[in-house]
Design a protein around this ligand. Structure first.
Ligand code: HDL
Ligand code: ZN
Length: 452
């Protein structure tokens, strides 16, 4: 088992913004036995921080793309600053209207946001501070009045080298993509044989099929699959055949769908039938989980476009029914409402084919991540996946994973402190084993093809 990465000069890098590794990493076996001595309580904080820093995580849900998918992949300062989280914040701190904003060029949009959220006020929100952290990681002037220096820096980067360096700075070994097999821009790239990349894993994203079947069934029909709006005849088995065809093409680690706060299962709609008769059988046949991300209130303010979605508390009895009715399927689940988190933990205690993951979207803020992670540790031990980045722009992984390490260190330390106080000593290898399980092993085992 390789976990500790050392630089060629023998030092162990601390992942994050100040480490600017320029040498290659040499994985080596777990540290020598000298570190197996039980830790005193006052040694726990440093031990946890070191193990979090030294372990390379798997980012299990992102909107990043491997280089062979070309312009789908977003990176660089203008994309970082026009992230939809920042666009939503812009309209609270500027007189510009969405209509005026959407007419601007990408650089004009970024200049507008930079001035309003970074120059005219302190960038203290999670998303604005994240941009500052990324710029600092690359040694750029975070107090610059404009983006000239940053644009010059990113323009000088070669993408594949930049990806490797960014992943090293973020402390992740690989990122899981979100791939839309009905996207007219992305699908042809896969059909023409897009080159795979060991740092990226594919996912079949099913929103167009499961949430907008009436709009998208004609696309399957046009490709020779005998489907129709009412899902009559062989439609369900044809959808399953379509999904398996794409599994063979993309080799996904799971299938995924984002679902509204009103999601119900079972119900009389076509989505329940697509799940039961096509998607879940295809997941069983190919041997991968289905990821459900539940709780979105779509487009409450359409003028904000991608930033226009909100959150709603879901009825998780839908999840209860799915886990109970399909014990052979595995469900990788994230819920968007803070109020649903405790229920998700309870359901995870009832169904071991349910794997809670991440602090998703509006939850990915230290104040809420702390609450969610503590209740998960208290109720699930280390049998969950604490976080994903949801990064849409490459360099976001640097701040999103730095924040995760920074937020989780005291929480994990507290768990070990309580354990020590209650009579069980903890060693560095114990901590390393747990951190590896939380940020790698749980995902690898749950998504292992054919795992039961
Ligand atoms: O549906 C999803 O995968 C969500 O993560 C949305 O992409 C959302 O807009 C987002 O970017 N959240 O971070
Ligand atoms: Zn996402």
């Amino acid at each position: 088992m390789f976990r500790i990465f050392r630089l060629t000069d023998g030092t162990v890098p601390s992942y994050g913004l100040n480490s600017m590794p320029t040498q290659t990493f040499i994985p080596e076996p777990a540290a020598a036995d000298g570190l197996s001595a039980p830790l005193n309580p006052d040694q726990l904080p440093a031990a946890v921080e070191k193990e979090l820093a030294a372990t390379s995580f798997i980012d299990i849900h992102t909107h990043l793309f491997m280089p062979s998918l070309g312009k789908l992949g977003l990176w660089g300062i203008d994309e970082l600053i026009t992230y939809h989280y920042l666009e939503a914040e812009l309209f609270r701190s500027s007189t510009i209207t969405p209509e005026q904003y959407w007419d601007l060029s990408r650089q004009q949009k970024a200049d507008t946001i930079w001035r309003a959220l970074f120059v005219e006020t302190a960038p203290v929100s999670e998303a604005t501070r994240g941009v500052v952290a990324v710029m600092h990681a690359f040694g750029l002037d975070t107090g610059a009045p404009d983006l000239r220096e940053a644009r010059e820096f990113f323009a000088a980067q070669e993408l594949r080298t930049h990806i490797r360096r960014t992943f090293q700075l973020a402390g992740i070994s690989e990122a899981v993509m979100t791939n839309d097999l009905l996207d007219p821009e992305e699908a042809p790239l896969w059909q023409s044989g897009a080159e795979g990349d060991s740092q990226f894993h594919a996912v079949l994203r099913l929103d167009r099929i499961l949430n907008r079947w009436t709009e998208h069934w004609p696309v399957l029909a046009s490709k020779g699959f005998a489907v129709d709006a009412g899902l009559t005849g062989d439609s369900a088995s044809e959808v399953r055949r379509f999904l398996i065809e794409w599994c063979v093409r993309m080799k996904p680690v799971y299938m995924a769908v984002s679902l509204p706060d009103t999601f119900a299962y079972p119900d009389s709609g076509v989505r329940s039938r697509l799940l039961a008769e096509a998607v879940l059988p295809a997941c069983r046949e190919y041997g991968i989980p289905l990821s459900l991300m539940i709780g979105v209130r779509y487009q409450v303010n359409p003028a904000l476009r991608l930033a226009g979605d909100a959150v709603g508390r879901a009825d998780l009895r839908a999840l209860e029914h799915l886990c109970a009715e399909f014990p052979e399927n595995r469900f990788l689940v994230s819920v968007l409402s803070r109020e649903n988190q405790h229920e998700l933990c309870v359901y995870a205690r009832k169904f071991n084919n349910l794997m809670p993951f991440g602090c998703w979207w509006f939850l990915n803020n230290p104040s809420i991540v702390e609450e969610i992670t503590r209740e998960r540790l208290e109720m699930l031990g280390t049998s969950f996946i604490p976080q994903h980045s949801d990064a849409r722009v490459l360099e976001q992984v640097i701040y999103k994973w730095r924040n995760t390490r920074r937020t989780l260190a005291p929480i994990l330390t507290n768990s070990y402190l309580l354990l020590t106080q209650d009579g069980r000593q903890v060693t560095r290898p114990d901590i390393r084993r747990d951190v590896t399980r939380l940020f790698r092993g749980n995902f690898e085992n749950f998504c292992r093809r054919g795992a039961s």
